[in-house]
Write a protein that binds this ligand. Structure first.
Ligand SMILES: Nc1ncnc2c1ncn2[C@@H]1O[C@H](COP(=O)(O)OP(=O)(O)O)[C@@H](O)[C@H]1O
Ligand SMILES: [Mg+2]
Length: 271
């Protein structure tokens, strides 16, 4: 299978992009996949979530897209076997502005990743909470988009803007870009609203929505302060178990394209 480059994108903050990047990547690596996570948010929460000390870093996603370091130089191993990361630091926040005068600025990340050859099965790009130049770079580099949606009242707000951005990128910059799926996160079974949101989102987005739903689980939110993915901090917790199911569902979606991907032509039925 060619490398899947999956951008975790939603311009809203706090919807579970970073938590999904860390734990889905960990679950896929635990199944033997070779995985790279690109922390493309200047806040660098994915980097800290893997217990990486930002002060000790020579290179980062910033130096990578500015052409100051190669992908190999910018990549560091994590505590998870098969899982590496290009870490992020606050320097990346300058990139939105510094990229403006640069030629082909939308393609910087794609170009930087083009040197990876067949080293990885999955690359996850954790996007910042905006639709600026960093997110555009992620969407140009990606093969697929995964959209986390928090199970709360305004879950769908901003979604049409997000899809509009995808369409613009697809038409002008990256025709191969596909929506891999929408992931419902922070589901609270004691809250009727959570249930309602799931129904609404499924009604609007149909089979784009993953059947796996990530529950609200305090173990997932505690894990980053220990510098560990939730799956390592407490693999038995309901949150970790949900990310393991999500990894299985994702691998299945990607290996059965004709059956599960709405973009693909319908399977031919023999007469
Ligand atoms: N399923 C979950 N259960 C409980 N807390 C969660 C869950 N997913 C994320 N969080 C917490 O919610 C906050 C926002 O999540 P995060 O993944 O950082 O979102 P984003 O990257 O979209 O801003 C973080 O404090 C995170 O630990
Ligand atoms: Mg984040």
């Amino acid at each position: 299978m060619p490398t899947r480059i999956i951008a975790l994108s939603n311009q809203k903050g706090g919807v579970g992009k970073t938590t999904t990047a860390i734990n889905l990547a960990t679950a896929l690596a635990a199944c033997g996949n070779r995985v790279l996570v690109v922390d493309f948010d200047p806040q660098g929460n994915t980097t800290t979530g893997f217990g990486i000390d930002k002060r000790a870093l020579a290179h980062s996603t910033y130096s990578l897209i500015m052409g100051e370091s190669s992908l190999a130089e910018s990549t560091v191993p994590t505590q998870v076997p098969n899982l590496s990361i290009v870490p992020s630091t606050i320097h990346l926040s300058g990139a939105e502005v510094e990229l403006v005068p640069i030629m082909a600025r939308e393609g910087r990340l794609k170009e930087a990743l083009s040197t990876m050859g067949e080293q990885y099965d999955y690359v996850f790009i954790d996007c910042p909470p905006s639709l600026g130049m960093l997110t555009i770079n992620a969407l140009v580099a990606a093969t697929d988009i995964l959209i986390p949606l928090q199970c709360e009242f305004f879950a769908m707000e901003g979604i049409s803007q997000l899809f509009k951005t995808f369409d613009i990128v697809r038409k002008n910059l990256n025709p191969r870009l596909e929506v891999l799926g929408v992931l419902l996160t922070m589901y609270d079974k004691r809250n009727n609203l959570s249930h309602q949101v799931v129904e609404d989102v499924r009604a609007h987005l149909g089979d784009k929505v993953f059947s796996t739903i990530i529950p609200r689980n305090v173990r997932l939110s505690e894990a980053p302060s220990h510098g560990e993915p939730g799956l390592i901090y407490d693999v038995k917790s309901p949150g970790s178990q949900a990310y393991i199911r999500l990894a299985a569902e994702l691998m299945q979606r990607l290996t059965q394209p004709a059956l599960t991907r709405p973009e693909a032509p319908a399977p031919q039925v023999a007469a």
